[in-house]
Design a protein around this ligand. Structure first.
Ligand SMILES: C[S@@+](CC[C@H](N)C(=O)[O-])C[C@H]1O[C@@H](n2cnc3c(N)ncnc32)[C@H](O)[C@@H]1O
Length: 251
């Protein structure tokens, strides 16, 4: 196996004028892939979403990789208002795309860090829409919160003929109810504000006993509730989800 950097088949370097969407995984820094780590080492510009207080979850997950650089990168935080208002979000993406476009046009490599996977409910998708037609783009997949949830629960997401669906707490009651009725396994993302509604729907559809709740998977504050009777019927943090799997699984 090649082990010297100049001739290392495992070395991955950011190319000039290229826009990268790189997954950093769900929270545990050890679940950030080698490929994303290497991009972080070599990119000219590192960008990520942050909240209006200046905190970025994606950057926090990648902190060790960023600190391992031999020289500091230019960092661009895209401040995103915590709101479901798409107009505000689109405005933030427009401004970010304009700024990143200048770096790319100047020949710099730009890596945009995304919590989990960049193309699974990932903010990178909206920048790809804006910049993808004009610049070379590459995507480095990341471990999703769904995979991390299954691993934490030690529960297969699907077995044999079981069906599997993903919905979000922002879907309507009817959409969530239908999904719970039609599929063996279901993940409900973005459970934060929707938690009381999701709990009511799990009762109504008879899936209460199948439900597991997880928040901050892979982070210091991780919480797992496998008996939903122990879960408060109130809104929770944004970084939370439900995994619903049948108690009786095919053998
Ligand atoms: C915008 S989506 C991003 C999903 C991400 N790209 C992924 O691949 O998992 C945000 C939602 O993902 C889920 N999520 C992401 N990371 C999580 C974590 N560490 N623990 C629990 N839920 C998480 C939550 O449901 C949260 O509301």
């Amino acid at each position: 196996m090649a082990n010297n950097n100049s001739n290392n088949q495992y070395a991955y370097k950011a190319k000039p004028a290229t826009f990268y969407g790189a997954g950093v995984g769900p929270g545990d820094p050890l679940l950030l892939t080698l490929k994303t780590h290497q991009l972080i080492q070599s990119a000219d510009v590192i960008s990520y979403i942050g909240n209006t207080n200046g905190h970025s979850q994606a950057r926090e997950i990648a902190r060790h990789s960023i600190e391992a650089r031999t020289s500091a990168a230019e960092e661009v935080m895209v401040k995103m208002p915590m709101s479901t208002n798409r107009r505000l979000a689109n405005q933030a993406y427009d401004e970010a795309a304009m700024l990143l476009r200048q770096h790319l046009a100047a020949g710099k490599s730009v890596v945009f860090l995304c919590e989990g996977d960049p193309l699974f409910f990932g903010s990178f998708s909206y920048l790809l829409q804006r910049l993808g037609g004009d610049f070379a783009c590459q995507v480095v997949p990341g471990i999703t919160s769904v995979n991390a949830a299954a691993a934490t629960l030690q529960q297969p997401l699907t077995l044999l003929q079981e069906s599997f669906a993903v919905v979000s707490g922002r879907h309507t009651d009817q959409q969530i109810e239908q999904t719970l009725a039609q599929h063996d396994s279901v993940v409900i993302m973005k459970a934060g504000q929707a938690r009381p509604r999701i709990l009511a729907l799990l009762r109504q559809t008879g899936r209460w006993q199948d439900g597991h709740y997880l928040e901050y998977i892979g982070r210091d504050q991780q919480r797992l509730v496998s008996d939903l009777d122990d879960l408060e019927d109130q809104a929770g943090p944004y970084f939370s989800l439900f995994v619903i799997v049948r108690q009786e699984r095919p053998a």
